[in-house]
Design a binder for this molecule. Structure first.
Ligand code: FES
Ligand SMILES: [Fe+2]
Length: 444
């Protein structure tokens, strides 16, 4: 499959796949989808949050009336930074001369002009760049594309019950697409996570069971990837169901979904939404607000990337490929078939958008956009729940109880809230020397 790595004569398909700016082919395609840009808990109280997304500097805010908005970072008057603006009952006010903007981009007030030149109605002709914002699953979503806007995808996991949820962000200094290609890469798990963790622990083995077969297939909301390892068969759920490359920007594994959001062509916002089902003894459990935290990716002491946690290991692979991975220099192998499949889907959908059609997985029908069911290998773990004793027998849950494995930097208050939700004390959660392999067949 190495021939797939050569660029097109007369133009680079790699540029097409990686450029996200407005007016670029991929930029126009990506603007047909809603993007998760923050945790709602980051704006629990009204206020502003500076954000950079899709190559644009913006300000996200919640006004005193509880309405969200996403506006150009710079005031339409004389370009003051609106992330320092103050929210009013309706809208965001610039701190320089007091112009007030609503979430739809209209100018509600220009205090001096309204006073001195009320007939001029200058504000009627002023509009600031504005994008719609919606809340779903404790996430704030933004839409940067043309009207009519589609619906925010209502994935089933957003309405799963009895779970402790957390949203974890990270800023990754590389192009978003190499991050998303990792969503359809089963073999890396063996080397980036399992075996590297063995080596990072200072031992040289044993290595985890090897992948012997992988497969990929497309479905309405993405692609599934499937694997058989030396310790599993074609009866195992990692083969019959597998994992999901969620369209267009996510990886969904069951207990969490990772979204890769373009900040600009050389930076990505990683947004993870994580669900931990509480043991049955703790039901009914209702979580009123989903904590959001952001973890570091570099060690300030050494300047090197942090390698200790699952997603941090992924981050190292992504940034290691370069700011924008040079795909003209890669040498693809049969295990990369899924990556070729998603590249082709994006390239085909670019054409669909040019022809005025909707690309893959754009939700417009409220009837089907309701708790959209996805392939979930360990579905019963999330839907049916389990007893406390099962929780402790499950290697993944047990390991996660000892400390958050996905990303470094979990705040102490989030850990405390997690343990309280699960009904375990820090002492009970304590160290367990048994080896941990999240892909191992379930204990019987
Ligand atoms: S610069 Fe914002 S009101 Fe003047
Ligand atoms: Fe990974």
């Amino acid at each position: 499959m190495a021939q797939d790595s050569s660029p097109e004569p007369g133009g680079s398909r790699w540029d097409v796949l990686t450029k996200t700016g407005a007016g670029t082919p991929m930029g126009d395609l990506l603007r047909r989808y809603w993007w998760p840009i923050a945790g709602a808990s980051e704006l629990e109280h009204s206020g502003t949050l500076p954000v950079r997304l899709m190559g644009e500097d913006l300000v996200l805010y919640k006004d005193l009336g509880g309405k969200y908005g996403l506006l150009d970072r710079h005031c339409r008057h004389r370009r003051a930074d609106l992330s320092y603006g103050y929210v009013e009952k309706c809208g965001l006010r610039c701190y320089y001369h007091g112009w007030l903007y609503d979430a739809d981009g209209s100018c509600l007030a220009q205090p001096y002009e309204d006073m001195a030149h009320p007939d001029a109605r200058l504000r009627d002709e002023v509009r600031i760049k504005a994008y719609p914002v919606e809340e779903l699953g404790g996430l704030l979503w933004a839409y940067f594309g043309p009207e009519p806007r589609p619906l925010v995808p209502d994935w089933e996991f957003f309405s799963w019950k009895n779970g402790f949820r957390q949203i974890v962000k990270a800023e990754i200094p590389c192009n978003w697409f190499q991050c998303q290609e990792n969503s359809i890469d089963p073999v890396h798990f063996e080397w980036t996570h399992s075996n590297w963790s063995v080596r990072l622990a200072g031992t040289t083995g044993p290595y985890t069971p090897q992948h012997v077969k992988v497969d990929f297939n497309e479905f309405d909301y993405g692609f599934q990837y499937k694997r058989i390892r030396t310790d599993t068969t074609d009866k195992d759920r990692l083969w019959t169901v597998g994992r999901v490359c969620l369209w267009p920007n996510g990886l969904f594994t069951g207990n969490h979904v990772e979204f890769r959001v373009p900040v600009d062509d050389e930076n990505t916002l990683s947004v993870m939404w994580h669900f931990s089902r509480v043991p049955r003894e703790r039901e009914p459990y209702v979580q009123n607000s989903i904590p959001t935290w952001q973890g570091p990716i570099a060690d300030p002491a050494t300047g090197r990337w942090i390698t200790s946690h699952v997603m941090n290991q992924d981050f190292v692979t992504w940034v290691g490929q370069g700011r924008i991975a040079d795909r003209s220099q890669e040498y693809l192998a049969p295990s990369d078939r899924g990556i070729v499949m998603i590249r082709r889907r994006f390239l085909n959908d670019i054409e669909a958008v040019k022809e005025g059609r909707d690309p893959k997985a754009v939700a417009r029908d409220p009837e089907t956009n309701r708790a959209i069911a996805l392939p979930v290998a360990e579905r019963e773990k999330f839907i049916d729940g389990f007893e406390r004793t099962d929780f402790l027998r499950d290697p993944f849950s047990r390991r996660n109880l000892q400390g958050y494995i996905f990303q470094t930097g979990q705040p102490a208050e989030v850990r405390a809230a997690f343990l309280a939700a699960m009904g375990f004390s820090e002492a009970e959660a304590g160290a367990d020397p048994r080896p941990f392999d999240p892909l191992a067949p379930a204990p019987r």
